[in-house]
Design a protein around this ligand. Structure first.
Ligand code: HDE
Length: 702
């Protein structure tokens, strides 16, 4: 070999030589224990460091097939990102049926108690591009693909039970308005701009969803702590052909939890991957997140007597009127092995239903059924995306569809049409009238029209019900969010138009927002399309805080330590967190860690600059007298406690830590959210206190 070609030799780590295989994996070779690097054609590669050139300093040669193949493949690595829900994160798991639901549905997945069905779930934000930050104020997608024994059933839902619009024809307008403005291509992953508020203020049907999206639902602490909803009314159909309406709900076993807005803004800077890292860590450590699937089922009589049209996706059915019955659990227990192959290429489609499940005439759902196939063709490049392992059913499938780009499943033999007379061995599959999917027979309702039903016209009553069902703290978050978002709108008329709708929702809310915006006068209330029903009873299920958990399970404690940290106390605290089912990270002035009181060197998970308190649910500051001086010198240490205080977090602390509190400007009189950790015995009590997740009493004083 020409010695010059080895000038840039393969990376050496100690004595190891790392080579990469055609699939990207490291391979063994006969010499050195690694596989031989090859081209896609299998040709062994001798030099992957230098292109073939005419002379060491000369031009590259076109005969360099290896280089050409490598760079060509790289140039084609990207596929179009999803037009909405571009940023997502998925995991595998299973769904376990509690009891047979044969009365309600013939869907195979609901026929046997204890049946486990494999699933793939993808969570997402909606507006931001693929590389946007996780804590955008946004709806979260909650899409579940059930690989049932009678085909794939996709329940493509969100973490909010209602939607902005009633008719799918407005979807492109809605999405255009919220995405980056087309002339400037910003703002990214934000609704806080003129185009969005201009559009929604001209679409009063969005007002209920606006209340949800301005609430803390839009800034979840983690995917693990949020609900999911099928949103639309669907149908279950039993073996006798009897249909029952249904709404699908996912309830997180760990309870609901959100961050506060100021925290969200800072998390986006400190860890834009906060949600995906959280899911990754939980699953990799064996702490598998779980949700219960719940059903609200009802018949036509209920639908006829309900205050709103059950086909209107801007409305929900309160749980107080129609309770949610748990029917199974979803457990996520495995991360994809390859993000692109699985999470990026997974193709959810609302039209993927199975025998025993059917659609309602919800115009939004009907429109979605048109959209998802197109989008997959665009993204995945051909009709054979269903052959990709993540999209293929796990039950047998047979049909006469053939050929096309990248066909993996190619029918064998002579018959590629039916009917044929070749007999079952070579003649291929046949329909199964009894077992196969039967659309529920429904009479058409009337003439062909472009008309919105009158029963869809009340846009304010449920918005008001949602707002009034919140605790005072949550209501304040909604008004703060509205003020923040509208303050980012440059056009005063848009701000006023939104307030004119708020006046139809809640007068106090409208006044608070108007004051927050500095509006000189309250505008006139918007003219409603129909007289709102207005005072619906409040519903506790709509509030996060009224349903908060009282445990620290699944949560994370940030422990700020210094040299001289009390080793016994630290060990007790870490044990208490683990006993409660939580996790912890040690944060220190350097990632190398600190020397503890007993002389041991304790490594840190994060250096203080990279471990702000916004990344944790609660914090403990275990400064020693000797180590305090180190912390006082560090502005991020001051931010650590100031933010924890401002975000209503519980803080455990040692006596020495109060020196840092003074420097960070915390009040002299510490409130009950601060728990002194004088000895190891205090650790359990502190972690129990942290189960309340936030010390909301601090709100007024903060
Ligand atoms: Fe979607 N939506 N959507 N959507 N949607 C897409 O399909 C669409 C709607 C939802 O993780 C797209 O594969 C229309 C409601 C989720 O891969 C696209 C309308 C709900 C995901 C599309 C809606 C959703 C999508 C873009 C109005 C909650 C991500 C990429 C009628 C019930 C799935 C893609 C994943 C994705 C169309 C409204 C949920 C363009 C036309 C309502 C969770 O097909």
């Amino acid at each position: 070999m020409d010695p010059k070609s080895r000038v840039n030799s393969p990376a050496k780590l100690g004595d190891e030589v790392i080579t990469r295989g055609a699939g990207g994996e490291t391979h063994q070779t006969t010499e050195g224990g690694y596989k031989t690097l090859t081209t896609q054609q299998g040709m062994p590669v001798a030099d992957d460091q230098n292109t073939l050139r005419q002379g060491a300093r000369g031009p590259a040669l076109i005969e360099d097939g290896h280089f050409r193949e490598k760079i060509f493949h790289f140039d084609h690595e990207r596929i179009p990102e999803r037009v909405v829900h571009a940023r997502g994160y998925g995991a595998h798991g299973f769904f376990e049926t509690y009891q047979p639901l044969t009365d309600l549905t013939r869907a195979d997945i609901f026929q046997r108690a204890g049946e486990k069905t494999p699933v793939f779930v993808r969570f997402s934000t909606v507006a931001g591009n693929k590389g946007s930050a996780d804590l955008a104020r946004d709806v979260r997608g909650f899409a579940v693909k059930f690989y049932t024994k009678e085909g794939n059933w996709d329940l493509v839902g969100n973490n909010i039970p209602v939607f902005f619009i009633q008719d799918a024809i407005k979807f492109p307008d809605l999405v255009h308005s919220v995405k980056q403005e087309p002339d400037r291509d910003f703002p990214q992953a934000q609704s806080a701009h003129d185009n969005f508020w201009d559009f929604v203020s001209l679409m009063p049907e969005a007002m209920h969803m606006i209340m949800w999206i301005m609430s803390d639902r839009a800034i979840p602490r983690s995917f693990r702590f949020m609900e999911g909803f099928g949103v639309h009314t669907f149908r279950l159909v039993n073996a006798e052909g009897k249909s029952t309406f249904v709404k699908f709900h996912w309830k997180p076993k760990l309870g609901m939890q959100s961050v506060v807005w100021n925290e969200a803004v800072k998390i986006n800077g400190a860890d834009p991957d906060f949600h995906r890292r959280d899911l990754w860590n939980a699953i990799q450590s064996g702490d598998y997140p779980e949700w219960e699937l719940g059903l609200q089922t009802f018949d036509q009589d209920f639908a006829d007597s309900f205050d709103f049209d059950v086909l209107d996706a801007t409305k929900l059915i309160p749980e107080d009127i129609l309770p949610v019955t748990p029917v199974g659990r979803l457990v996520l227990d495995r991360m994809p092995e390859n993000f692109f192959a699985e999470t990026e290429q997974v193709a959810f489609m609302t039209q993927n239903i199975v025998p025993g499940i059917d659609f309602s005439n919800d115009p939004l759902l009907q429109g979605r059924n048109f959209s998802y196939l197109d989008t997959q063709l665009k993204r995945l490049g051909g009709p054979n995306f269903t052959h990709l392992p993540i999209n293929a059913p796990k039950c047998p499938f047979h049909n006469f569809q053939q050929d096309g780009h990248m066909a993996f499943h190619n029918p064998k033999g002579r018959a590629n049409y039916e009917p044929n007379s070749w007999g079952p061995e070579i003649g291929g599959p046949r329909e199964a009238p009894m077992q196969g999917f039967q659309t529920l027979a429904q009479e058409p309702e009337g003439p062909k029209v472009r008309l919105r039903a009158e029963s869809f016209a009340d846009h304010y009553s449920q918005a008001r019900q949602f707002y009034r069902s919140q605790t005072a703290i949550e209501q304040k978050h909604i008004s703060d969010a509205l003020v923040f978002e509208l303050s980012n709108c440059e056009t005063p008329a848009i701000r006023e138009r939104v307030v004119s709708h708020l006046l139809n929702i809640d007068g106090d809310l409208a006044k608070t927002v108007a004051a927050g915006l500095g509006l000189p006068n309250l505008p006139k209330a918007a003219t409603p399309a129909a007289q709102p029903k207005m005072d619906l009873p409040t519903s506790d299920a709509l509030s996060i805080l009224k349903n908060g958990p009282s445990h620290f399970k699944g949560r994370k404690l940030g422990i700020l330590i210094t040299d001289g940290v009390d080793a016994t106390l630290l060990a007790a605290l870490e044990k208490a967190v683990e006993k409660a089912g939580g996790t912890f990270e040690r944060i220190a002035p350097t990632v190398g860690g600190v020397k503890a009181s007993d002389g041991t060197q304790l490594p840190a998970h994060r250096k203080i600059d990279g471990g702000p308190s916004v990344l944790f649910d609660a914090v403990a500051i275990l400064a020693s007298e000797a180590g305090l001086a180190d912390l006082l010198k560090l502005p991020p240490a001051r931010d650590f406690v100031a933010d924890a205080y401002a975000h209503y977090k519980f803080c455990g602390f040692t006596a020495a830590a109060t020196g840092l509190f003074d420097k960070a400007g915390l009040p002299k009189e510490l409130d009950a959210g601060f728990v002194q950790l004088a000895q190891a015995g205090d650790a359990d009590r502190f972690i129990q206190t942290c189960g309340a997740l936030r010390f909301w009493d601090r709100v007024d004083g903060a």
